[in-house]
Design a protein around this ligand. Sequence first.
Ligand code: SF4
Length: 338
Amino acid sequence: MIEPIRDQFRRPLRDLRISVTDRCNFRCTYCMPAEIFNERYQFLPRAQILTFEEITRLTRLIVRLGAVKLRITGGEPLVREELETLIAMLRPIDGVDDLTLTTNGFLLPQKAQSLREAGLNRITVSLDSLDDAVFRRLNGNRSSVEKVLQGITAARQAGLAPIKINCVVQRGVNDHTIVDLARWAKDEGYIIRFIEYMDVGTMNGWRLDDVVPAREIVERIHAVLPLEPIERNYRSEVALRYRYQDGAGEIGLIASVTMPFCGACSRLRLSPEGELFTCLFATQGTDLRAPLRAGASDEELETIIRGIWADRTDRYSEVRAAQTTPRDHKVEMYHIGG
Ligand code: SF4
């Protein structure tokens, strides 16, 4: 096994999140509000986006430095054409233990089978509510709940497993529907992760008052479907785990605001245009596309990547609460995929 490189806090590089596009077919209010990302919004031109060959080359180098888990994200990764081709290029990379993808599920009926055949192991689908009106308000009225449920069913029929469901909980928006979502996921056998609403990017008007703490989410579900805490699967796993006392499944809590997990954070992020980000809340990334397209050797690129991680001191969520002035410039989530 490769000895991973470590940052200033001795955190090993273990996870690479690859954002393959800045585009999305939804307009979720906490990520890509429709009033800003309208028909006049200029997304990245094709020429500025890394090709599958470039993504694969950089991924191979980052895996050589310790990454074992790859997560494909966006924007919405399934809007990138022929994504299965990239999956088939990444799958054989020596050292990759886990290859997964986060999607809004809308295109899964068309894509699930080919992604599975290309080598995708498992999948995470975002679904913030089963209440159609609430869901439509959250995604910019771009999809019904039914459409996403069809996508999840297609993923299951294609043999992608486990299937995890992500739900961002906002007070006064969808928090009144989380128990229904938990019950549905329990009955269907999906692992649902409830995510505390975060101040990602600069466009969602985040307020601490709108956050429902993980503790409260657990209390609400426990009152109806009794839960008990269980150990994380591995140290840098982001989710706190709870299983149902009746043994029928588990849920996860991603509590970046009230119980930050920066201490074990092992995630590096690659943006669509080839910038490396060392934190979800980073203010800037490091451009790899320029040296890559200027003919840099693997050794030269590896030296750059090694230096980026070695200098890493990010722990935004741990210092968020102590910050007197909010960080007014942060990379947008749709750009580096949550
Ligand atoms: S805030 Fe940054 S350092 Fe902390 S867990 Fe999230 S990505 Fe990692």
